[in-house]
Design a protein around this ligand. Sequence first.
Ligand code: ADP
Ligand code: MG
Length: 239
Amino acid sequence: MTYALQLEAIWKSFGSHVVLKDVSLDLRKGEFMTMLGPSGSGKSTTLNIIAGFYYPDRGNLYLHGKEIAHVAPNRRNIGMVFQDYALFPHMTILDNVAFPLEARGIARRARRDKAAEMLGVVGLAEYVDRSPWQLSGGQRQRVALARALVFNPDIVLLDEPLGALDKKLRTEMQIEILRITRQLGATVISVTHDQEEALIMSDRIALFRKGELAQVGLPRELYAEPNSVFTADFLGESN
Ligand code: ADP
Ligand code: MG
């Protein structure tokens, strides 16, 4: 079986600080995986290595079986949404979503059609001509999601995309993200500090501890069969 993504014994240091230690992880096509773990445990660094913003010191990385550890970010077919969902302020919503298609050499008409279609999927068909500042936080987050999905990425990386939203909107957006990514059959890794969100949304959870994977498994496995005191304590904490 070819996995959508494979991390094989990844190591990463910044100076003398070892940030990732022997991280291995497989992701099936269409899987929704959530990364959990304390602040500073290496979740964002792992996403940045998958996206290509950092290269690993050791280990390998495969996207649909092809080695990509040292392939530049723009040569990987990966979509990413960050917590601050940086939209281009001077562009319309439609142009924001169409932007990744331009970089991929798609003709203007096809770009606009595809971007409009994706804005329909995220429920913003009426907003194509608006500017980012005319939208609410939740709407901007939908635009960022549409932009990350518009080019049919092999994998979508979400780094605490809902962290800036209030609880009620976050719950709404969680359901939306799951609906949209399932509808598109997207393969997703989502980082969150919201354990309830992880439990509800994920096919599997990957729990980080100090740069290592403490446990990877189905949500109910981590809750019902924690392999360590760390897992039990971390998931037992209310937050
Ligand atoms: P998380 O996302 O789990 O909170 P990170 O992956 O952002 O954790 O960070 C893991 C560790 O790596 C932290 O100690 C952080 O300070 C360090 N780190 C991350 N990026 C850099 C960088 N570019 N330079 C130096 N240290 C970094
Ligand atoms: Mg982080």
